[in-house]
Design a binder for this molecule. Structure first.
Ligand code: NAD
Ligand code: ZN
Length: 360
């Protein structure tokens, strides 16, 4: 019998270009059902009081909700947002629009799913547990790197685990890629989130799950990352290219998997609340054994942009906490299998992970 291949959804509509954010009004107009069915805009609160909210095409009973991205999204936060939206409106919303980084994009995806599905977001963490189609949702990234704008997952911290809602209904119905929206990002955050993309490429291209589909996107994304982080591009070129690198990096892992840095970064995130981009960088710098060329490139990029990573992050961890972190990391089986093959358990032991975490 022939192998069964997965049938992945892709973002069906995308706009790219400087200033394309201003087309959002026209795009939503076609979707609006009636004046009682609002559009809910979830916006990173870093934009509160800035020019961006004044450009949001808010009409009728639409609502703008500012959300902090200081912490990564939680299942309880999704539940609270959905409850509030249900209480405020008699009609189901026309759509949910996420404006921000991976945190806001993931929140918007999860809220769109939970508005049309019963129960708590935590009930759907896992693979293909979502029963009913989500409501219309649009992703508008304001920082580049995660690939959350193209992926079929939304990563949430739940009461028991940090895990994605992976489903065919998670993927956005529409994405607007306006590189100008990324203008205000700090250099450090630009680097951390940009390295998330770089690490997606390295982990995908060096993984055992690699295939021509993933490779074609991964190679393009890697080439763009090198241009952005090692060449001297104009700011506009750099913004444009990193936004497309993120897109291709996300596409590359759709049909493969991430690897060692992501598995360990999940541990850091779960135990210490270290955010995804920074966590990946903290781990990746010590992975020369697994990704020698990738780590050499990473160090060059880090030096060029004079990025100092925090030190001593795991220093004050108690033994039990370190063990919990190791358990979370080792639990990411598909990631290890992609990184090292079937026999990964003979390479990766708790002691090995402990030694790497201790360096961080
Ligand atoms: P983020 O969304 O947490 O944002 C990082 C910081 O940048 C925040 O302080 C935010 O306020 C700020 N910021 C964003 N845009 C800005 C702008 N234009 N100007 C000034 N500041 C701005 O970070 P991220 O790295 O984009 O996303 C991380 C999250 O993405 C994690 O929760 C992670 O789990 C998730 N993620 C999801 C996927 C997926 O496929 N769904 C993939 C990778 C990561
Ligand atoms: Zn990532």
């Amino acid at each position: 019998a022939s192998e069964k291949y997965r049938n992945f959804p892709m973002v069906p509509r995308v706009v790219f270009g400087s200033g394309s954010f201003d087309q959002l009004g026209d795009i939503l107009l076609e979707k609006r059902k009636n004046s009682e069915a609002p559009v809910i805009f979830l916006v990173d609160d870093v934009f509160e009081g800035s020019e961006l909210p004044t450009r949001i095409p808010q009409v009728f009973c639409d609502q703008i909700i500012f959300v902090s991205a200081d912490e990564e999204p939680k299942t309880a936060q999704v539940d609270a947002l959905v409850k509030m939206i249900r209480e405020n409106y008699s009609e189901q919303p026309t759509g949910v629009i996420g404006i921000g980084g991976g945190t806001l994009l993931d929140l918007a995806k999860a809220v769109a799913i939970l508005i049309s599905n019963e129960g708590s977001a935590a009930d759907y963490q896992g693979w293909d547990l979502v029963q009913r189609k989500s409501i219309y949702h649009v992703g508008i990234p304001t920082i580049s790197g995660t690939g959350a704008e193209v992926s079929r997952t939304t990563v949430l911290l739940g009461p028991e685990k940090k895990l994605g809602i992976n489903s065919d209904y998670t993927t956005f119905d529409q994405v607007i890629l306006d590189p100008e929206l990324t203008k205000g990002v700090s250099k450090e955050q630009w680097f951390y989130t940009g390295m998330d993309c770089f690490i997606h490429c390295i982990e995908s291209l060096n993984g055992t799950y690699l295939n021509a589909f993933s490779q074609s996107y991964g190679e393009k994304a890697l080439e763009l990352c090198k241009e952005v982080f090692l060449n001297d591009l104009t700011e506009k070129e750099s913004r444009d290219k990193l936004m497309m690198a993120s897109w291709h990096g996300g596409m590359s892992i759709a049909y493969s998997q991430v690897g060692v840095a992501h598995a360990m970064s999940y541990g850091l995130g779960y135990q210490l609340g270290v955010k995804h981009g920074l966590g990946n960088c903290l781990v990746f710098q010590y992975l020369e054994e697994f990704y020698p060329e990738g780590v050499a490139l990473f160090n060059k990029m880090k030096e060029k942009h004079q990025i100092e990573l925090p030190k001593g992050v795991c220093k004050n961890l108690k033994e039990g906490e370190l063990d919990a972190m190791i358990t979370v990391a080792m639990g990411m089986e598909p990631l290890w299998e992609n990184a090292l093959g079937d026999h990964w358990r003979s390479i990766i032991t708790p002691g090995k992970l402990r030694a790497i975490f201790k360096k961080i």
